[in-house]
Design a protein around this ligand. Structure first.
Ligand SMILES: NC(=O)c1ccc[n+]([C@@H]2O[C@H](COP(=O)([O-])OP(=O)(O)OC[C@H]3O[C@@H](n4cnc5c(N)ncnc54)[C@H](O)[C@@H]3O)[C@@H](O)[C@H]2O)c1
Length: 450
């Protein structure tokens, strides 16, 4: 009622103003030309039109640059709204790391569900940390053969983390976007005792995980090894080198097992035009079978010697052996004359490389290692320098088929993945020493976690 009164008053006043234009008592403020409608007059008053133009300009600038920004920093933001969709646009068939054209902008973003087989192990647990920290859902599959729950204890109970005790030689069905396949006993100490188990894990385990990837349209990454080069006749080793491997030696279960795993992965890659069940972006569940080769993608990383916290204390790998022995005040064991060379990569560098490979459109294989090359004698000197200058060395006969030299050529990963290690041996070793000291102390106190 009051409102009605007010509006009628305003109306009346407007009429008075228009009817009394010649009155000397009415202000002489210039009026907008009568020909324009009132709404347009309103628009031009008080620079409103200018403000609207500026607003439109700011808005369009944001929408033009926003996709570019998301492409520049794929790891800092959440992952695509539908990996299936982005995969559809990203995965052009590629051969052995051939360069591929520009990747279309992803449509949106959503959290990924990722399986890490062997996630309770040394490398796997660091990878899980990285994936959880960037906001993804992680399912670890592990039979705890060489892995430890303690490596993942800080994630237990988190809603985005699941741990499944499962042997990868048995099939498993899970709806996931990505599979990092790491499960495999990797310690030289086990090569002779677990030879058949290791081979079976590499063959059956890889087949099962490839089958799972194919079935649900997930992307698959195989962690292979520099051992596929055997005792190399080419130095440093490029990915194009086919290797010099003894197929019937004590290390063959691992070396040949990984070579077979690579073969299987490439077989699946080449046979990608078979029926796959892609994840439905709306429901996150597997859709009906459909023929679409673009939905299936694999990649291979060839990992060179890696070290860092959470390695098994006594697994026969040279860095963990030397560090444990020096802390325990035991002589460091060198097998052979100590002139054989290796390259040592810190674990966080490797994890960055694995993620970069998984997020890329390349198949590989890619060498992942630190090109810094050390003889075993030089490594022992660095360990002495960092842990105990009074540490001693003892020599033992060399093991069978021990490669005489190892050094990765990583130019392919540098060029195509924009990846290279950043942490030198002298920077990385102290970071694992404190972890080893604590665990050895606990072990000595009867609280060992192994
Ligand atoms: N660390 C290195 O220097 C290095 C070098 C080359 C390649 N790699 C590869 O990287 C991967 C991880 O190596 P890591 O150093 O972390 O070894 P690790 O032994 O610490 O981890 C392997 C994990 O796989 C699990 N596992 C083994 N067999 C399994 C099975 N059948 N089912 C389920 N889980 C199983 C183990 O329990 C363990 O948690 C391995 O595939 C290894 O071959 C590692």
């Amino acid at each position: 009622m009051k409102l009605y009164k007010q509006s009628s008053l305003i109306h009346k006043r407007d009429n008075e103003i228009t009817s009394g234009q010649n009155s000397p008592y009415i202000s002489r403020t210039p009026k907008p030309p009568k020909t324009l409608p009132r709404s347009i007059n309103y628009l031009f008053k008080e620079q409103r039109f200018l403000f609207i133009l500026v607003g439109i300009l700011i808005g369009s600038t944001f929408f033009i640059f926003q996709p570019t920004l998301s492409r520049l920093s794929p790891h800092e933001t959440a992952q695509p709204f539908s990996n299936s969709i982005s995969r559809h646009t990203q995965h052009f068939p590629s051969t052995f790391g051939a360069k591929i054209g520009r990747v279309p902008v992803e449509i949106g973003r959503r959290r990924l569900r990722i399986v890490v087989t062997g996630g309770a192990g040394f490398v796997g647990s660091h990878l899980v940390d990285k994936l959880i920290n960037r906001g993804d859902e992680v399912i670890v599959i592990d039979n705890f053969f060489t892995g430890r729950k303690e490596n993942l204890v800080h994630h237990l109970g988190k809603p985005r983390f699941e741990l499944i005790r499962h042997d990868v030689v048995e099939p498993i069905l899970l709806e996931v976007d990505q599979i990092y396949h790491l499960a495999c006993p990797a310690s030289p100490n086990e090569f002779e005792i677990l030879d058949c188990v290791i081979h079976k894990t590499n063959v059956m385990g890889t087949l099962n995980m490839l089958g799972l990837a194919k079935r649900v349209g997930a992307k698959f990454l195989l962690t292979s090894t520099s051992e596929v080069y055997g005792d190399p006749l080419e130095h440093p080793q490029k990915e194009t080198y086919w290797g010099n491997v003894n197929p019937i030696g004590v290390r063959s279960c691992y070396d040949e097992g990984k070579r077979t795993a690579e073969t299987l992965t490439m077989d699946y890659h080449r046979g990608a035009g078979v029926e796959v069940r892609a994840l439905d972006p709306a429901t996150g569940k597997a859709g009906l079978g459909q023929l679409n080769s673009d939905f299936y993608h694999v990649c291979i990383a060839r990992i060179f010697n890696t070290y860092g916290p959470r390695m098994c204390l006594d697994d026969g790998r040279v860095v963990s052996n030397f560090v444990s022995q020096a802390i325990r005040k035991q002589p460091m064991t060198i097998y052979g004359d100590g002139k054989q060379t290796r390259s040592f990569q810190y674990v966080s560098d490797l994890v960055e490389g694995l993620v970069a490979l998984m997020e890329s459109e390349h198949v590989g294989p890619f060498n992942m290692g630190n090109p810094g090359e050390f003889t075993m004698l030089e490594l022992a000197e660095v360990v002495k320098e960092i842990i105990d200058p009074s540490a001693t060395i003892e020599f033992k006969p060399n093991t069978a088929d021990d490669p005489s030299k190892r050094k990765p050529d990583i130019s392919k990963a540098k060029e195509l993945l924009n990846w290279e290690p950043k942490i030198s041996l002298r920077q990385g070793l102290p970071r694992m020493v404190s972890d080893f000291r604590n665990r050895i102390l606990n072990e000595d106190e009867g609280k060992g976690m192994k």
